[in-house]
Design a protein around this ligand. Structure first.
Ligand code: MG
Length: 448
């Protein structure tokens, strides 16, 4: 990876062998020890992938060689690393995971002492140390210790259970994708009083049950299981359980935006979301006199904004939700428990989601080289201003997002990982959606 950027949009992630190796993990361990000034404690966890221990041991070697004490959690969901880092008073946390990517991938994500993911600025410092290899001397009399902590898992589950009040008899099917939520998520729901049926909840790094990306196409078994068992709710985690999405009692995967609006409305006050979230967020929060703050895509941006705005909640439409009253790490277990709590008290999920308006959605993309992406995005704000005369406001924190006078919106944003400029929009009518989409597409194509 000599000429590449080490960190991507969510930590270090890549294919085992060609991109992610034990050498890389060792060097990241040394870089992190150097960054921490050869003092302190680091918590390490991993998901269920076949390559986890290989990377964990290499990373641990790098850390203890640099004088850092290591607390190992073994296989845990990502939110437990964030939680444990804060609760155990550690200086940093490391999660070894490739989240929703297939089995042949793995990665490393770093966490701050307060349970919040490393910012791009912090990652850049680690990256510079990684490539410079200025790690300092190995001192035989300053080698870190290694301990295991199993107890923190119980504390985490107890705190989760105490954070919610689910009506007794609530029936839920939990699909963990054989990932990091497998053991602990069903335990947490049971302790919270739910009647739990599990699916793909045996630990298996080959992900034999389903692809770890929780989307409609991958959740056929969960949809059937919820209906067949007469359950109130289905919960699907991704590979590291920092997020979840739901299946309602009719076996339908919930609309991501509507689910986010539903939970946000319950919090009230200020909530944070990303530029790609839909109109129902604004409508829901307006109804309860709340405020919506939008950030660039990514959980670190959401976390930063939660702190700045003193917000009660923040979430992305992907089901990556942050609960600052609990921890600054996205938590798929708490997100699921909080939806279960809400549904158990307020009625069927399908009915609760039907309160939100259905507006025509459109997603389109224009193929663009890396260079062309930069060129076309440079003047995008002006180009869109010239093309539309009913603009209410423009947000340029991540791409260009325009809200029109009638409440319709469009986001023109270069993909972070692929050669596309994407157009995402929601409009009040089909005709309007078609018009906005065509206009943006024409502008992009004319300016590549
Ligand atoms: Mg994840």
């Amino acid at each position: 990876m000599a000429n590449k950027k080490l960190f991507g949009t969510s930590g270090i992630r890549g294919k085992i062998g060609s991109e992610v190796t034990s050498e890389l993990a060792l060097k990241v361990g040394k870089a992190l020890a150097t960054y921490l000034n050869y003092e302190g404690t680091v918590v390490i966890g991993f998901d269920t992938r076949t390559t986890n221990k290989m990377l964990e041991q290499a990373l641990t070697a790098g850390l203890v060689e640099g004088g850092i004490d290591v607390i190992k959690l073994n296989m845990v969901p990502t939110p437990l690393v964030g939680y444990a880092t804060e609760k155990l008073g550690a200086d940093a946390g490391v999660m070894i995971t490739a989240s929703h990517n297939p089995s042949q991938y793995n990665g490393i994500k770093l966490w701050n002492a307060n349970g919040m993911a490393y910012t791009p600025e912090q990652e850049k410092e680690i990256e510079d140390l990684y490539y410079s290899e200025e790690f300092g001397e190995t001192r035989w009399d300053h080698i870190g210790s290694i301990v295991y902590n199993e107890e923190i898992k119980n504390q985490y589950v107890n705190d989760l259970v105490n954070a919610v009040d689910i009506k007794p008899g609530f029936k839920v099917v939990i699909d963990c994708a054989c990932g990091a939520g497998s053991e602990i998520s069903p335990i947490a729901f049971r302790k919270a009083g739910c009647d739990v049926i599990t699916l793909n909840s045996q630990v298996d790094g080959f992900f034999p049950g389903r692809n770890p990306e929780p989307n409609d196409a991958n959740l056929g078994s969960l949809k059937k299981a919820v209906v067949a068992t007469g359950s109130d709710l289905g919960i699907a985690h991704d590979g590291d359980a920092d997020r979840m999405i739901t299946v309602d009692e009719t076996g339908k995967v919930s609309d991501f935006d509507k689910l986010l609006a539903l939970i946000s409305k319950g919090f009230g006050g200020t909530v944070v979301t990303t530029v790609d979230a839909g109109i129902c967020m604004d409508e829901a929060m307006a109804e309860v006199g709340g405020k919506v703050v939008r950030t660039p895509v990514g959980d670190v941006s959401v976390a930063k904004s939660i702190i700045e705005e003193d917000a009660k909640f923040g979430g992305e439409p992907s089901g990556t939700w942050l609960h600052p009253d609990f921890c600054m790490c996205p938590d798929g277990l708490l997100s699921g428990l909080r939806i279960a709590e809400l549904v158990s008290h307020e009625g069927k999920l399908s009915e609760l989601l039907s309160q939100f308006n259905d507006y025509p959605h459109k997603r389109d993309k224009v193929t663009c080289s890396k260079e062309a992406k930069v060129k076309v995005m440079k003047n995008m704000e002006d180009l869109l201003k010239d093309a539309f005369d009913d603009i209410e406001n423009i947000n340029t924190i991540d791409g260009v997002r325009i809200t029109f006078d009638d409440g319709s919106w469009v986001l023109v944003r270069p993909s972070g990982t692929e050669d596309y400029v994407r157009i995402t929009l929601e409009a009040k009518t089909e005709e309007r959606a078609e018009f906005i989409s065509k206009t943006c597409k024409k502008i992009i194509e004319a300016n590549i």
